[in-house]
Ligand binder design. Structure first.
Ligand code: AMP
Length: 395
């Protein structure tokens, strides 16, 4: 199969939306979003109706495969897979770990299988790239029997983005992917950091769920679990209310009322204290992870910013790395103010600081094609690399 002749439909089914993009080779030839699924007021009644609408509007002649984004692959999937009944059952079994996401992803898979029965369907997991994280990085320090029983461990998310971005970073620097260590900072509405050693994820900030780690648009990121007990015992909050508070009413929106970094930046520029504090909390958290991952990796070749905020906010990039010159990390103001995929550190800097536009859909296309070609690849890479070997510094 030649990569250029493939026609791949990428589906990203959320709880109330379907995002789709059709690719001819590496070119997106059609795409869009259907929103308000299942909501009163005009949207399609369910995922089947939404997907029927999407498929009817596309020229699917010669469709090679459908690539589905699936949020949670648990410990079961370390790479993308061709969907069959057993895979569907496994994704179903993982619903308790991703109660919001996996049912919607599954609905997309089931409807696509039904409507396109002769087309191979491939599931690409957000968690798969992180299956190379060593046990010491994936284990929470709690009773291991309890952890085992309830599937409590670090799974990590945004894997397709971190894989794509770290590989693009190697290309940008003209270095072999297997030889460089990168800290990838995905700063979108959701946000996560990932330490990538020689093409393998060895640490990431999102944990059992996407709640842990960096400050996000509406999620708190790291906090002391006692806060939850305290709200429950002293505040009388129900568990679902705390879940809602931490996932949807925290982060930037919790601190400022705005979940959009552009608004926070504008209000900060106008001198508003809450926006200024939110900016500081946000960038300080990133800096802490950069330092931690520097220590874990032992040697860092590149730090790469990606996703909405990472790609578009020079202020956040500069503040997150300010004062790290002793670590060989610096941002050149002029390069930082530019645009496009580029290096933004000064030419003499020891560590390359980069900006790379992420493209999770294209990564899904490439992984889907790799599955169809029976290339046995670790998740997130399209270059054949040997069996996972844990970096010495982390074992
Ligand atoms: P994503 O999830 O990658 O689409 O990123 C979305 C977020 O990027 C938005 O919520 C904004 O906060 C942020 N964003 C988009 N454009 C800009 C910009 N020009 N400056 C700062 N943040 C931006």
């Amino acid at each position: 199969m030649s990569g250029d002749a493939t026609r791949i439909l990428v589906l990203n089914c959320g709880s109330s939306s379907v995002k789709y993009r059709l690719y001819a080779g590496r070119d997106a030839v059609a795409g869009g979003t259907v929103e308000r699924i299942g909501e009163s007021g005009g949207g399609p009644a369910n995922h089947e109706m939404a997907l029927r609408e999407v498929l009817a509007g596309l020229d699917l002649t010669g469709l090679t495969a459908v690539g589905h984004r699936v949020v949670h692959g648990g410990t079961l999937f370390a790479a993308p897979v061709l969907v069959d009944d057993a895979v569907v059952a496994a994704i179903q079994d993982l619903i308790p770990l991703a109660p919001l996401h996996n049912p919607a992803n599954l609905a997309g898979i089931e409807v696509a299988r039904q409507l396109l029965p002769d087309v191979p369907q491939v599931a690409v997991f957000d968690t798969a790239f992180h299956r190379t994280i060593p046990e010491a990085g994936a284990t929470y320090a709690i009773d291991l029997a309890v952890a085992e029983r309830f599937g409590i461990r670090r799974y990590g998310f945004h894997g397709t983005s971190h894989a794509y971005v770290s590989r693009r970073t190697a290309a940008l620097l003209d270095r072999p992917y297997e030889e460089i260590n990168t800290i990838s900072l995905h700063l979108g509405n959701g946000a996560s950091a990932c330490a990538v050693a020689g093409g393998r994820s060895v640490a990431t900030s999102m944990g059992m769920s996407p709640l842990e780690g960096l400050v996000m648009g509406t999620r708190s990121g790291d906090l002391d679990p006692t806060i939850i007990f305290h709200l429950r015992r002293e505040g009388g909050f129900a568990v679902d209310d705390i879940d809602d508070l931490l996932n949807y009413r925290s982060g930037l929106v919790g601190m400022t009322g705005d979940n959009d970094m552009r608004a926070v930046l504008r209000r900060r520029a106008e001198g508003e204290a809450a926006a200024s504090l939110a900016f500081d909390v946000y960038s300080r958290r990133i800096k802490g992870y950069v330092g931690a991952y520097y220590a874990l990796l032992g040697r860092v070749d590149a730090i790469t910013f990606t996703a909405g905020i990472g790609e578009k906010s020079p202020e956040i990039r500069a503040a997150s790395l300010a004062g790290l010159e002793r670590l060989g990390i610096a941002v050149d103001p002029q390069r930082n103010a530019g645009s496009g995929d580029r290096v933004i550190s000064p030419p003499e800097a020891e560590i390359a600081v980069c900006v790379v536009a992420t493209d999770e859909e294209l990564e899904i296309v490439e992984e889907t094609v790799a599955v169809l070609e029976h290339r046995q690849l670790p998740a997130g890479t399209t270059q054949p690399v040997p069996e996972p070997e844990r970096p010495k510094a982390l074992s």
